[in-house]
Design a protein around this ligand. Structure first.
Ligand SMILES: O=P(O)(O)OC[C@H]1O[C@](O)(CO)[C@@H](O)[C@@H]1O
Length: 535
């Protein structure tokens, strides 16, 4: 039996008290359990009718678990002990946290950075299995990664078909390609479950299970709370959590997510996609700000922040935040609870929690730039070896420190800064430390995302949510490039087009974008961090 703990304080508790009676009266939980597509209004009805399978994934999940366990044993016997997952957003974030929580190694490849991809294909191919996960089967990052790893395996003298496992929706282009190439195994998933709600389907279970996680236990954990989550019950944690995050008044729309020893590394990144891509649209939404305990946002008294602590079972009650939530429980139980809560919050916010209308705009802009590349649009400055372009207030600064000061000066009241780093989240990991340093400098929340990974997560909110963001893009020279087999572009061109394409869409929506290019990555990252710290 899995337990789930939820403590609410201040505005979060008020929101629960205010909204719970109507949620119970309207039988929201039992209607969700019955997959009632009318819960989000007429404009969401058609999409919701095709997107509610996640509330009851258990029968399918058990069948997948059995197949995954058999395949995992077979691969282990063959000495194939390195599992690499190619996938973006909902096709990678859940298995990443499931594997990390279980302490088993899963290498997630969710980048188009040439350095990061070159590193993955540069080692251990003799014992590598590649899981290619994509619901649509047409995501350009995943398709490119598959082509590149497949070629690398072939060049290493290995039959790629033996080493590739596919997870996709039935009939997708990837499904067809997998069958034509006779890949080792194909898992098809329920198409009535959207990407970010797919943790308890083959998308979460196959990669993590092949890496060695006990995915049967994960499904048990989720199933143990499913009855309560679909009950019109005052204790229903999905209703309570949904009311707390989506129903504060005035809306505390920045969810400051910190981890207090939950033992679920990466849970914040998974929840970030679920919340941001589900709610960030029609000029509203919830912005997850994933931080570490003690970071500036966790001690801020700003009225638009709600603290969300993902806690281990034994964290003392007495230091609960003034306005916020503390959630504890097993991974499976939390995943299903947060999915329900997101759907409930979507109802309270008046949006369709199952579409992602603004993601396509950035994809289209990147495609157009790949077809017809253009030069840099804005003139810039070179400050301490770093190339800066954007509004004059920034580029006319005397040095990097004052440029960063000018960047945070652009944040409107109630706004935020988003750092978007089109670099390697492994080799360039040092840059992530700038998040809290800029939050200190700005006195406002700062999000940090690796591109193109974040495009499938907070990317929706940044374009579809309230127009209060300022965007700091960081790109870097790679010194190497990787051709994509049978495609007219290399990874270097793809990642550049993704960065420029998203910047163009943000600018067209009136959002300020500052681009910082690092001709030498390590030196540039050090210069930026020194500037953020005022050194
Ligand atoms: O599984 P797919 O189809 O490759 O999509 C990956 C991700 O891209 C998005 O469709 C759009 O960002 C996400 O919702 C999804 O999780």
């Amino acid at each position: 039996m899995s337990t789930l703990g939820l403590t609410a304080t201040g505005s979060a508790l008020e929101a629960i008290d205010r909204h719970l009676p109507a949620l119970l009266e309207d039988r929201v939980a039992s209607r969700l359990g019955a997959q009632d597509a009318t819960l989000w209004g007429e404009q969401a009805r058609d999409e919701a009718a095709r997107r509610l399978g996640w509330i009851s994934p258990f029968a399918d999940a058990r069948a997948v678990v059995a197949d995954v366990e058999a395949l995992a044993a077979e691969l282990r016997r063959a000495g194939l002990t390195r599992v690499v997952l190619a996938g973006m957003g909902g096709s990678s974030l859940a298995p990443e946290v499931i594997a990390a929580a279980a302490g088993v190694p899963l290498e997630v490849l969710d980048s188009t950075d040439p350095l990061e991809v070159a590193d993955v294909i540069g080692r251990d191919l003799d014992r590598t299995v590649l899981v290619v996960s994509s619901k649509s089967g047409s995501t350009v990052e995943t398709d490119s990664q598959r082509r590149i790893v497949e070629r690398a395996l072939r060049e290493a003298g290995v039959d790629p078909a033996e080493r590739i496992v596919v997870v996709t929706d039935p009939g997708s282009p990837l499904h067809e390609a997998a069958e034509a190439a006779h890949y080792r195994a194909v898992f098809t998933a329920d198409p009535t479950v959207g990407g970010r709600y797919s943790a308890l389907t083959a998308f979460g279970l196959v990669p993590a299970g092949l890496a060695g996680a006990d995915v049967a236990a994960l499904v048990d954990e989720a199933e143990s709370v499913a009855g309560l989550l679909t009950a019109d019950d005052v204790e229903n944690p999905g209703l309570r959590l949904g009311a707390a995050i989506g129903g504060t008044s005035p809306l505390r729309d920045k969810l400051v997510i910190s981890d207090l020893g939950s033992g679920l590394p990466g849970f914040g990144d998974w929840a970030e996609q679920l919340l941001a891509e589900s709610t960030g649209k029609d000029g509203t939404g919830l912005l997850p700000v994933v931080v570490a305990p003690g970071d500036p946002e966790t001690v801020s008294a700003a009225g638009d922040l709600l603290q969300v602590q993902i806690a281990g079972a034994d964290v003392p009650e007495d230091d609960a935040p003034a306005h916020g939530l503390r959630v504890s429980g097993s991974l499976g139980a939390q995943m299903l609870t947060w999915e329900v809560a997101t759907a409930v919050a979507g109802r309270l916010l008046g949006i369709n929690p199952f579409d992602q209308p603004d993601v396509e705009a950035a994809k289209a802009a990147a495609r157009a730039l790949l077809d017809a590349p253009t030069g840099p649009a804005e003139s810039g400055a070179v400050l301490q070896g770093v190339e800066v372009s954007g509004p004059a207030a920034v580029t006319e600064s005397a040095d990097l420190r004052s440029a960063l000061g000018a960047v945070v000066g652009l944040i409107p009241p109630g706004g935020y800064l988003a750092v978007q780093a089109y670099l390697s989240r492994h080799a360039d990991a040092e840059l992530a430390g700038i998040r809290s340093e800029l939050a200190e400098l700005a006195g406002r929340p700062v999000t940090f995302g690796w591109g193109p990974r974040f495009l499938h997560s907070t990317g929706q909110y940044h374009k579809g949510g309230p127009a209060t963001g300022v965007f700091l893009q960081v790109t870097g020279a790679a010194g190497t490039d990787v051709e994509v087999p049978d495609r007219a572009f290399s990874l270097g061109r793809l990642i550049a087009a993704q960065a420029s394409g998203d910047a163009d869409v943000l600018r067209a929506l009136g959002r300020p974008v500052i681009t910082v290019h690092l001709p030498r990555r390590a030196a540039g990252i050090a210069a930026l961090r020194d500037a953020a710290r005022g050194r």
